[in-house]
Design a protein around this ligand. Structure first.
Ligand code: LLP
Length: 419
């Protein structure tokens, strides 16, 4: 059922609509590849989080989708931002998010980026190494400002997701293990320009089963208790993001209340405020990538549908082998199916959106809708093969708005500017 992906997605007289806007009409007006997002879906997700976690602070992880209109929408819903770069800091501030609602994690923050964030006066730096503590303290001193920090702990739990997006295991580059973290907190106390305000932990992304959060929360709680005993004032426990979404038809999407049930036993009786950094679960199934069939190619043993969206537009299938459900925007051929690879125009064998997939027969010129493309879709897109990046449209209750125009060739000819 496509409604299980997004309740605003439906066929009406055989044509696919999102929030009562025809996806085919949008494709004709704005061209393809085209990202389309449902504002109501995003708002519903924001409400679901707010209802599940009554007294928490929410920081939308901009890396999932950094479109200004999306960030603004989430700001309206009361969300702050979780950022990982100077670019994201700028975007969050441009969207009107108060710096006091911005948290900043990342293993490789540069001097320039740290300076931007110190000057902006963000809520909390989620520090990932001992060296970062020193640099941050020195820089804060030079800028004459105290900064708030949490240490990102790596609780060494297996989030049982794709290895590339598992972040809370011993072998990953993120955070510091709990034992070391305790020592780092003692050390950070001696650094005059750092205010220790929190503990941060993010174990991974696309978790369909919330049980790894239970173990991580218990470990964080243990550290919290030790720190409180040592007279640290821990105001925030930031448990990161990671809640998964439905990609495959047989998958069931966990609800923010499932996450709450996993983490609350460890945190229900503490003074500190919970912070969350959801990305994918806010926007993943709000978004659809529309692509147009260019050619059909039957090689006898293998059939290909060649579309105009490539791995530069949506790289998830290529790098994670990710499954994205793909449906036609027009149900005209529902009776006959083909087994095919749906591939893009990029000069790489890894450039596919689906492999050995059964879909209704399509013709040149038809449009296909790639579901669950709102998170890590456009934000991971590139200009590979010198292709302008796609346009983005936001729909809400029968209305639509272009929220990023298709890149022009002038835009991507940046190297010419310095000739
Ligand atoms: N907080 C931190 C510190 C993170 O590293 C991430 C994601 C999030 C929050 C948001 O996690 P989410 O709620 O979106 O799972 N490109 C990959 C996903 C990479 C996630 C990186 N960190 C993908 O397409 O699946």
């Amino acid at each position: 059922m496509i409604k299980d992906y997004n309740k605003y997605l439906e066929y009406k007289n055989g044509k696919l609509f999102l929030e009562d806007v025809s996806l085919e009409e949008l494709a004709k007006e704005f061209g393809t590849p085209l990202y389309v997002y449902s504002a109501s879906h995003i708002r519903d997700k924001a409400k679901a989080y707010k209802e599940a976690f009554k007294d928490a602070d929410f920081h939308y992880a901009l890396k999932a989708n950094g479109n200004l209109s999306i960030i603004k929408l989430l700001k309206e819903e009361g969300f702050g931002a979780d950022i990982v770069s100077g670019g994201e800091l700028r975007k969050a501030i441009k969207a009107g998010i108060d710096p006091s609602k911005i948290v900043y994690a990342g293993v490789g923050k540069t001097v320039e980026e740290l300076k931007m964030a110190i000057e902006a006066g963000i809520k909390m730096f989620n520090v990932e190494s001992s060296m970062e503590l020193d640099i941050l303290n020195d820089m804060a001193k030079n800028l004459g400002k105290k900064v708030n920090i949490a240490i990102r702990v790596n609780p060494d739990v297996d989030p049982k997701t794709h290895p590339y997006i598992s972040t809370g295991m011993k072998k990953s580059k993120f955070g510091v293990d709990i034992k070391t973290a305790y020592k780092e907190y003692q050390y950070a106390k001696s650094l005059e320009y750092l205010n220790i305000v929190g503990i941060h932990c993010h174990i991974g992304s696309q978790l369909l089963d919330v049980s790894p959060y239970i173990e991580a929360s218990e470990k964080v709680r243990e550290l919290y208790d030790k720190l409180i005993k040592d007279d640290f004032e821990i105001k925030y426990i930031d448990i990161g993001g990671g809640l998964g979404i439905k990609y495959k038809p047989e998958e069931q999407e966990p609800h923010p209340s499932d996450l709450k049930e996993a983490v609350y036993p460890a945190f229900k009786d503490i003074k500190a405020k919970l912070c969350l950094e959801p990305g994918r679960s806010m926007i993943g199934n709000a978004g659809i990538l529309i692509t147009q069939v260019q050619f059909l190619k039957d090689k006898g043993h293998k059939h290909f549908v060649i579309v105009d969206a490539g791995m530069n537009d949506l790289i998830r299938p290529s790098i994670y082998g990710a499954y994205h459900h793909i449906i036609p925007t027009n149900k005209k051929h529902e009776e006959s199916y083909i087994k095919t690879d749906i591939v893009g125009p990029i000069c790489e064998t890894g450039d596919f959106l689906a492999q050995d997939r059964e879909i209704p027969v399509v013709e040149r010129g038809d449009y296909l809708a790639v579901l669950s493309a709102g998170a890590y879709g456009f934000s991971m897109s590139s200009n590979y093969n010198i292709r302008p990046r796609a346009a983005e449209v936001l729909v809400e209750k029968g209305k639509y708005k272009l929220i990023r125009s298709r890149e022009t060739y002038d835009y991507i000819d940046y190297d010419e500017a310095i000739l």
